[in-house]
Design a protein around this ligand. Structure first.
Ligand code: PHE
Length: 492
């Protein structure tokens, strides 16, 4: 079976695909607002520490597991340890849920792209706020009230799923070519945005906020948790994506250099994107006569409220910059979006030996249908809630379990032997220490702390029942994963 497995066209297309999966809305939409919410420059230190203590070690681990076993997550983990198949399924069902709300955020960007040609989002900050919250999302005021469907969001969602389908249906060789564009174009646009941002009046204030460390913030656990969550999200860890991508590589391909390259390219992009965002925020602060931390309070909405405000305030070519910016979000997001679908498709194909030709469209249609509730008036809140439960609980749990299974049951030093036998850059025994001790402790502690906070306070001011729904969802997903893992495979 290994021989007729799909293959990347070349090592560089694998790296581009892995970088493309990593770089996404997480860099341009999530990184800025998480940084903004957690003290600006202060956040960069825990972020960097999270990259070193969890990001890179786990990325090396997932590449190794995928490549060594030549299987999608459930099959891969089963080969590592017979009883671990369900962990692979858990990652896969989580990434499926993630894909459904990720596509919704893409749909917002599709709508903004469409409106950027006429700057239909309005002139002032207040108008744009109203455009996002009322005209586009028609926010109901509470997650308990779904209200009706917002048709433009539904149309955007359909467009997004069609794009995902088109990108994937030709297989990974074509995928390897598409990603040259979906990684290349955003970088060009990003450079333009950074240059534009840096030359705006007030930019320096924004950069000061972004780059000046404030060590007192390091005492707050929430900042550390946010940093680990962001690293998982942005590197696409614990989602099956990296395992399935690596499984399309020949068994003797390099691992460690690839992992260093993708993680540094990804975090470098976030850091770079930060210059565009914070210089623009500095401009915004100056023109509104407030300080940078006072410019906005909206988390999830930062990219969709603040950017257009800033774009409007540009002296020239607002339409062009608006269109470029949302094109940037879309091209960045699309390769992440299809990298969320590929592990689902790959897992079903690998386990039951079904034909990809039918599995792919079925998964896309299912993803679209599951996403419909997010297009309702209460949908925004559910995007927020799902993001929290998937990223905070799901991802840390999967990462923790992977460390235990590989570290103790399979043997960290054993898999490191394999990694070193194929890689250019040798990794030392420090890696074993991370996988067996440091990473699981960090993840375990952060899981427990978040959980305690959740049962005490609920999530983000939403009614308590939403927290129980989230917990219930995670439990249901675990049960589904067990059920899948006990099913007989058709492709041993
Ligand atoms: N890393 C992607 C981003 O930053 C999101 C992602 C998560 C992609 C999980 C694949 C799997 O946008």
């Amino acid at each position: 079976m290994a021989n007729d497995r799909e293959r990347w066209g070349s090592r560089s297309s694998f790296i581009f695909a892995a970088v493309g999966a990593a770089i996404g809305l997480g860099n341009v939409w999530r990184f800025p607002y998480i940084t903004y919410q957690n003290g600006g420059g202060a956040f960069l230190i825990p972020y960097f520490i999270a990259l070193i203590t969890a990001g890179i070690p786990l990325m090396i681990l997932e590449y190794a597991v995928g490549q060594k076993t030549q299987g999608a997550p459930p099959v891969a983990l089963k080969k590592i340890w017979k009883k671990a198949e369900w962990i692979g399924w858990f990652a896969v069902v989580l990434v499926f849920i993630l894909a459904t709300y990720y596509a919704t955020i893409m749909s917002w960007a599709v709508n903004y792209f469409y409106h950027s040609f006429t700057l239909a989002w309005g002139r002032t900050g207040g108008e744009i706020n109203a455009f996002f919250n009322q005209a586009l999302l028609g926010k109901s005021g509470s997650p308990g009230i779904l209200g009706g469907i917002q048709w433009p969001v539904l149309v955007g969602l359909a467009i997004t799923w069609i794009l995902i389908y088109l990108a994937l249906f030709k297989g990974v060789k074509t995928l390897g070519k598409i990603v040259y564009f979906t990684v290349g174009i955003p970088w060009l646009i990003l450079i333009i945005m950074v240059v534009r941002g840096l030359t705006l009046p007030g930019a320096v204030e924004g950069l000061n906020f972004y780059l000046t460390p404030d060590f007192s913030v390091l005492l707050q656990p929430k900042v550390w948790l946010a940093a680990y969550g962001q690293i998982f999200f942005t590197l696409s860890l614990a989602m099956g994506t990296l395992i399935v991508y690596a499984s399309y590589m020949p068994e003797d391909s390099d691992i460690s250099a690839n992992a260093f390259m993708t993680s540094l390219a990804n975090c470098g992009t976030s850091f770079f994107a930060g210059f565009a965002v914070f210089s623009t925020l500095g401009y915004l602060a100056q023109s509104m006569g407030v300080s940078v931390p006072e410019v906005t309070t909206s988390g999830l909405g930062l990219a969709f409220v603040t950017y257009p405000t800033a774009i409007n305030l540009l002296p020239v070519a607002s339409q062009l910059f608006g269109a470029l910016f949302f094109l940037l979000l879309l091209t960045l997001g699309i390769d992440s979006a299809f990298s969320q679908v590929e592990p689902v498709v790959g897992s079903v194909v690998d386990k039951w030996g079904l034909n990809k030709k039918w599995v792919l469209p079925s998964i896309c249609i299912l993803g679209f249908l599951v996403g419909i509730p997010y297009t309702t008036r209460g949908g925004f809140y559910w995007v927020d809630i799902m993001d929290h439960f998937v990223c905070t609980y799901g991802l840390t749990l999967v990462g923790f379990l992977e460390c235990i299974v590989i570290g103790y049951i399979f043997g960290a030093s054993e898999i490191r032997g394999y990694i070193n036998s194929v890689s250019d850059v040798r990794i030392g025994p420090w890696w074993d220490v991370f996988i067996k001790v440091i990473t699981p402790i960090v993840l375990g502690v952060s899981f427990v702390m978040q959980f305690i906070k959740l049962v005490q306070k609920g999530y983000s001011g939403y009614p308590m029942w939403t927290a129980f729904t989230g917990i219930g969802l995670v439990i249901v997903l675990i049960i589904i994963s067990f059920v899948f893992s006990t099913r007989k495979g058709g492709n041993p």
